[in-house]
Design a protein around this ligand. Structure first.
Ligand code: ATP
Length: 298
C-alpha cells in the first residue's frame, strides 16, 4: 500500500521554480529519503504534503485519499525545531506540545513516547540539561504524540555532533521497526544509504529518480583489464557470464559486474584459456557517490 502518492507537484516562488512537476509513491513501512543538495526543493515538498504550503499544480494523496484533518492526525511532523521550555522537564514540555497540537486523546501516551525516543530515564531532567541529540530526540517525541503512522522529518540530523547524528539515525531505524513509515529530507547521500530503504532524488526542483535505495544507487564492481591485443580481449569478454557491460577507458577495458560478483582469478583463467595474457587486472569499487553525481550532474 502507498502511504503517500505525489502527482505532478509544482511550486514557484515568483520566478524561482522550486518544484517542477514531481511524482512518486511512498510505500507503507519504508524509510523514505528525499535526497538533494541545498535548494533542490526538499523543504518545499515537505511543506506541501503537510499542508503548510499550497502547490501551484498537481495533487497528493495520503493513504490513497485527498488530505483531510482526520488523516493529518496520522502524520507526525518535524519541520522546524519546536520551542521547548528550557526550565521544564521532558514530561511537561510534551504535555504543553500535546495541549497545543490536540493530537491523540490523552496525555497517557507521553510515557510511551518517552520510551520510544529513549528519554524515559531522563524524563524528569530539565530540557536545558539535555545534549543536542537528546533535544532532537525530544522533538521527534513531540512529533510522535498521538501515535501517528507516518513521521515526516526535515533534515533530522542537521546541526548535531557525530554522537547525536548516530543516536537519531538509530532512533529512525528503530521507529521504523516499530511500524512507523518515515519520510525524511536529507542532503547527505551517506545518511540516506545508511538509514533509508527508499529514496527520491531531487535536483533544482526536478525529480531525477526514485525507488528502492538498492536499485537506485546501484553499487557495482568494475574490473579493469588490459592486454597486448585489446580487440581480442574485448571479443573474448563480450560473452563472459554476469557482465553488465564493457566500456573502454584509457586504453583499458572496464568490465562492470553487479556488486560483489566480480572474481579476478576466474577472469584471468578465462582469458588465459583463450590465449590472452593480461598485463593489467584490477578490481575497483564503484562508489555510491559516483552514482549519485552521475544522477545529479546530468
Ligand atoms: P535547503 O536544504 O537549503 O533547505 P531545500 O532542498 O529544502 O534546500 P527549498 O528550501 O525547498 O530547498 O528551496 C527550493 C528553492 O526555492 C530554492 O531556490 C530556494 O531559494 C527557493 N525558496 C524557498 N523558499 C522560498 C521563499 N519563501 N521565497 C522565495 N524563494 C524560496
Amino acid at each position: 500500500m502507498s502511504v503517500l502518492t505525489l502527482q505532478n507537484i509544482a511550486k514557484s516562488y515568483g520566478k524561482i521554480q522550486a518544484l517542477k512537476g514531481v511524482s512518486f509513491n511512498v510505500p507503507e513501512g519504508s524509510v523514505f529519503g528525499i535526497l538533494g543538495p541545498n535548494g533542490s526543493g526538499k523543504t518545499t515538498l515537505l511543506s506541501i504534503i503537510l499542508d503548510v504550503l499550497k502547490a501551484d499544480k498537481g495533487n497528493f494523496l495520503w493513504f490513497n485519499n485527498p488530505s483531510s484533518p482526520a488523516q493529518r492526525k496520522q502524520i507526525g511532523s518535524l519541520l522546524e525545531t519546536p520551542n521547548f521550555y528550557h526550565y521544564l522537564n521532558a514530561i511537561n514540555n510534551l504535555k504543553i506540545t500535546h495541549s497545543i497540537s490536540h493530537r491523540g486523546n490523552e496525555t497517557d501516551g507521553i510515557d510511551d513516547v518517552l520510551h520510544k525516543v529513549n528519554l524515559f530515564e531522563r524524563r524528569k531532567s530539565r530540557f536545558s540539561t539535555y545534549s543536542l541529540g537528546m533535544k532532537q530526540r525530544l522533538a521527534i517525541g513531540a512529533a510522535l504524540l498521538g501515535s501517528p503512522k507516518v513521521l515526516v522529518l526535515d533534515e533530522p540530523t542537521n546541526g548535531l555532533d557525530p554522537v547525536g547524528i548516530a543516536e537519531i539515525r538509530e532512533l529512525i531505524k528503530d521507529l521504523n521497526r516499530k511500524g512507523h513509515t518515515i519520510i525524511m529530507a536529507s542532503h547527505l547521500l551517506d545518511e540516506v544509504e545508511k538509514v533509508c530503504t527508499h529514496v527520491a532524488i531531487l535536483k533544482k526542483g526536478d525529480l531525477i529518480t526514485s525507488g528502492a535505495v538498492d536499485e537506485v544507487l546501484i553499487d557495482e564492481d568494475i574490473v579493469e583489464v588490459g592486454s597486448a591485443d585489446m580487440t581480442l580481449l574485448k571479443n573474448t569478454l563480450q560473452q563472459y557470464t554476469g557482465v553488465i557491460k564493457l566500456q573502454e577507458e584509457n586504453n583499458l577495458l572496464q568490465i562492470i559486474f553487479p556488486k560483489g560478483t566480480a572474481q579476478l582469478e576466474a577472469i584471468n583463467q578465462h582469458c588465459f584459456n583463450k590465449g590472452i595474457v593480461l598485463q593489467h587486472l584490477l578490481l575497483k569499487k564503484k562508489r555510491l557517490e559516483a552514482r549519485f553525481f552521475e544522477l545529479t550532474n546530468n
